[in-house]
Structures are given as structure tokens and as C-alpha cells.
Design a binder for this molecule. Structure first.
Ligand code: ATP
Ligand code: MG
Length: 394
């Protein structure tokens, strides 16, 4: 029990008697003889409780309480009063938020200690509440600061990501230029050379490898650009018969060399759709180009297009079917992942990069379409279905 109490009275003997009683109970007690001394002591030190007489020569108890409340709302106050001034004491409770009043003379000492204890308890609770409130405020402030910092971090991360994306597309643009330029020289000069010296095996090989390399570079660039959202489709009217014919031509020579027969079904297909012609050709080319591997296709490839419904909208379904090695059911989705190739490396006769189907899937999705593979199992051929809306949604 170490609470500090200021007792104020203009009568020295009452002051002394209270002082003795309270110090006996281990309180730290300070005496003030009259209002002026009380105000001086209060200004100089902190107290938990002030017990003040009400009736004193100027400044009286009310004046002391008014002065205290000018600067302090926490210290508890108990008013000492004669029976005659009970009404003023009640006013003090209201006006100066005093805790209670005690009648003079103080006959019931126990009662006095009970009131003092309760006042001190209220002070203690109030201080604890204040501490909690302060801690809460402090926590809120830190929280706000942390939210602010986090927002700043996120902003920075976004800026960094944007810079990284820009750096990536700059790199892609640069790479495509740097790689394609010398490669087109190789291809161009090989073609010129072959025109003058037809059948030169060596240069034919250079030309073939050059074209293949160009295809791989294009695939990587398109795939990376599609991944970073850098590809924007150039929608236009696409003649379906024409695009099927062109796709067949792209693959026909090589297919013929490998004795792969090619059937393209163009009867009853819608005349045209609205799509990005170049990208659509890439999709079909990638599906058909797997025909370069005869064990994939079993020597026979069929391509067709037909009108279907996608939800309530009209769409066109391209189907590329072969009679080759087929695909085990657990691999039907996996083959659309970039760089996934199924056969054992050593038994492979055609070395692609494993990007063809991943690219076809990305480009189909950019068109809001869908693509999937079907197969009855290994050795039973495969079928690829690519559905493209007849017109872009929205
Ligand atoms: N018609 C098919 N029949 C059986 N397996 C196929 C067929 N088409 C693709 N695959 C399997 O899916 C894999 C991935 O095909 P994808 O076209 O993505 O790559 P790739 O043909 O190996 O190389 P790239 O197309 O990049 O030159 C192939 O390696 C093959 O294992
Ligand atoms: Mg392929």
C-alpha cells in the first residue's frame, strides 16, 4: 500500500489526526494547511488521492478542486464536509468529479478507510485503463505504419515486376532481332545457292537446319510473349478453306517425303471466322507438324473443321486425327505443358523442343477457345480438338 495522498484542511489538529491515521496504514501522506499550500504541493508532486476540507478561508475546497481539475482528471478527490454543507459537497461530486464526501467530525474510522480504499481502487483501474488505451493507440499507430510500409513494399514490388516484364520484352525483341537477322542470311544465301546448284546435299542440310532453328526461335519468342501478356491478337476475317489449304501446304512436302498421307476435309465448313489468322495458322501448324514424326501419326493424318456450339455461341472445331502411336490417358493433359516430350530420348527420330502444343494451347486460350487431346491409348492413334469461337466474345 504505497499510494500517495494529499490531505488539505485549515485546522492543524484535524490535519495532524488524519495524518497519523493514514500513515499508520502505510499510505504516503502529505499535509497542506489551507488551500494555497494545497495548490502549491499539488503543482509540485503527483498524488493518487486528495482529501480536502470544503469550508476553508479563501481559497476554499471548491477553489482547490477547480484548480486541480484544470490540469488533472485522474487524481481522485474526497471532500470533507460538515453536515451543514452536504449540498455543496454533492455539487462538488458533480462539478469536479469528486469520488465521495465524508462528514466531519470523522466518527466512523472504518467507514473512512473503506471510502479511501474504494477511491484508490478507482484511481488504479482508471490508470490501468489509460495504460491499456495508450498501448492500444501505440499498437494502432504501429499497425498503421506497418500497413503503410507494406503498401509501399507492394508498390515497389509492382514497379520492379513491371520493370522486369519490360526488360524481358526488350530482351525478347532484341533476341529475336539478333538471332533472326543472321539466320535469315543463312537461309536466304542457302536458297540462292541451291537455285544455282540444285541437289547439293550439304547446303540443303544447312537450309533445313536453318529453317528449323528459325521455327524454334519463333516458338520460344511467341510462347514467352504470350506468357507475359505481350501478345495482342490482330482479329480479322479468316477464310477457313484457305487456312486449311495453307496449313496442309506447310506440311505437305515433308509429309510426302515420309510417305505420310494427308486428308483434309473441307466440305460443309463455315466460310469464315473472326480470328488472328497468323496465330490460327500457328495453332494448326503445331498440331500438323507433329505429323513429321511418322510414329506419331502412323502414316495417315486427317484434318477437318466443323461448326459446333460453344455454350450458346457458334464456334469452329478443328480436328487433327492420326493413326499413330497414340497417347496414354495419363499423358493427355501433360503434353500441353511446355517442354514435355513423351518418348524416350534415345528412340526419338525427330527432335523438337516440346513447345508446339503448349504454344497451340496458349494461342487457343487467347482466342477464348479450348484445346484437348484424345486417344484410346498407346498404339491407337490420337486426336486433337481445337475449338475457336466464330467471333471473339464481347
Ligand atoms: N499426334 C501425336 N501422337 C502421339 N504423341 C504426340 C502427338 N503429338 C504430340 N505428341 C507428344 O506430345 C509431345 C509434345 O508435343 P509438342 O508438339 O508440344 O512438342 P514436340 O513436337 O516434341 O516439339 P515441337 O513441337 O516444339 O517441335 C511430343 O513430344 C509427343 O511426345
Ligand atoms: Mg510438335
Amino acid at each position: 500500500m504505497n499510494e500517495k495522498i494529499l490531505i488539505v484542511d485549515d485546522e492543524a489538529d484535524i490535519l495532524e489526526a488524519m495524518y497519523l491515521l493514514l500513515t499508520e496504514e502505510d499510505y504516503r501522506v502529505v499535509k497542506a494547511l489551507g488551500g494555497n499550500e494545497a495548490m502549491d504541493r499539488f503543482a509540485a508532486e503527483d498524488f493518487d488521492l486528495v482529501i480536502t476540507d470544503l469550508k476553508m478561508p479563501h481559497p476554499d475546497g471548491s477553489e482547490v478542486m477547480r484548480k486541480i481539475r484544470e490540469t488533472d482528471q485522474d487524481t481522485e478527490i474526497i471532500v470533507l464536509t460538515g453536515y451543514a454543507s452536504v449540498e455543496t459537497a454533492v455539487e462538488a461530486l458533480r462539478d469536479y468529479n469528486a469520488f465521495d464526501y465524508m462528514n466531519k467530525p470523522l466518527d466512523d474510522i472504518n467507514e473512512m478507510f473503506i471510502v479511501i480504499e474504494r477511491a484508490l481502487e478507482r484511481k488504479k483501474l482508471r490508470t490501468e485503463n489509460r495504460d491499456l488505451l495508450d498501448r492500444l493507440r501505440e499498437y494502432n499507430a504501429t499497425l498503421e505504419k506497418r500497413v503503410e510500409e507494406r503498401t509501399k513494399d507492394l508498390k515497389n514490388a509492382r514497379v520492379e515486376a513491371e520493370l522486369a516484364a519490360r526488360a524481358k520484352s526488350d530482351f525478347l525483341a532484341c533476341m529475336s532481332h539478333e538471332l533472326r537477322t543472321p539466320l535469315s542470311h543463312i537461309i536466304g544465301f542457302s536458297e540462292i545457292f541451291l537455285a544455282d546448284h540444285p541437289g547439293d546435299d550439304c547446303v540443303e542440310n544447312i537450309l533445313k537446319s536453318g529453317r528449323k532453328l528459325l521455327g524454334i526461335i519463333d516458338d520460344i519468342i511467341t510462347f514467352a510473349s504470350a506468357g507475359s501478356g505481350d501478345i495482342h491478337l490482330n482479329y480479322g476475317k479468316v477464310d477457313l478453306k484457305e487456312i486449311l489449304k495453307q496449313s496442309e501446304m506447310m506440311i505437305r512436302d515433308e509429309a510426302a517425303k515420309k510417305k505420310i498421307s494427308f486428308v483434309s476435309k473441307t466440305e460443309n465448313i463455315p466460310e469464315c471466322i473472326v480470328a488472328d489468322e497468323y496465330m490460327l495458322r500457328q495453332i494448326l501448324y503445331n498440331l500438323l507438324s507433329n505429323a513429321r514424326s511418322e510414329e506419331h501419326t502412323g502414316g495417315k493424318v486427317e484434318i477437318s473443321a466443323e461448326k459446333v456450339l460453344m455454350g450458346t455461341e457458334t464456334a469452329v472445331e478443328f480436328v487433327v486425327r492420326d493413326e499413330g502411336i497414340g497417347i496414354a490417358s495419363e499423358n493427355l493433359e501433360q503434353i500441353f505443358q511446355p517442354f514435355v516430350q513423351l518418348e524416350n530420348y534415345l528412340t526419338r527420330r525427330y527432335y523438337g523442343t516440346g513447345l508446339g502444343l503448349a504454344l497451340a494451347k496458349k494461342l487457343t486460350e487467347l482466342h477464348h477457345g479450348s484445346i484437348r487431346a484424345e486417344s484410346e491409348g498407346t498404339g491407337k492413334g490420337a486426336l486433337f480438338r481445337c475449338i475457336i469461337p466464330r467471333t471473339p466474345p464481347g
